[in-house]
Write a protein that binds this ligand. Sequence first.
Ligand code: G3P
Length: 219
Amino acid sequence: MKFFVDTANINEIENLVPTGFVDGVTTNPSLIAKQGGDIKQTIKSICSIVEGPVSAEVTATEHNKMFEEGKFLSSIAKNVAVKVPLTVDGLKTCKKLRNEGIMVNVTLCFSAAQALLAAKAGATFISPFVGRLDDIGQKGMNLIEEIVVIYENYGFETQVLVASIRNQEHIIESALIGADVATIPPKVLNELYKHQLTDKGLKAFLEDWHKTGQSILPK
Ligand code: G3P
């Protein structure tokens, strides 16, 4: 399973890259606005520190303008994946960008029917928003299960990129289902390391070790 980091905050990304767990980055207009600064500079900076796909979203809603924006965003760096919303114009733009060999991440997916359309449009990634489905009382992970089965049935190459992740359970369930990518907020990614028994066990190991008076390296 690939881990993408869901943020436009350069410092957060710089702090996470050395962990070796950053396979890509996803941004969206809200995350860009939260970061502040010019989108081109922000995306260029992120692409300079992350080798994997970096999603940058168009903000036009009409196909021709979306395509123009997508071509511009793609020109920023070779690892840009253009994000388009799951709309009629978004999928038209997806097809056209894919025909030019440009990576496309179709976002704001909330149903299996939408995901099927995105795969037929040749999307590189589909981004189902599990947290927002949970927010309205549905089980977002059920959608991931449906999409993985449908894509496997027909050999679609579109990668399932689980988005709107709010907790560890979303990540583990995504991995159990076999999703390709999880795009994870930095806070949730940092929480993955933590378990009370790990801390407790390490403390006990070191206390016992110090009693020996030994050191592994020659003094
Ligand atoms: O990548 C999509 C993600 O940023 C949306 O997350 O928590 O606003 O639903 P959230």
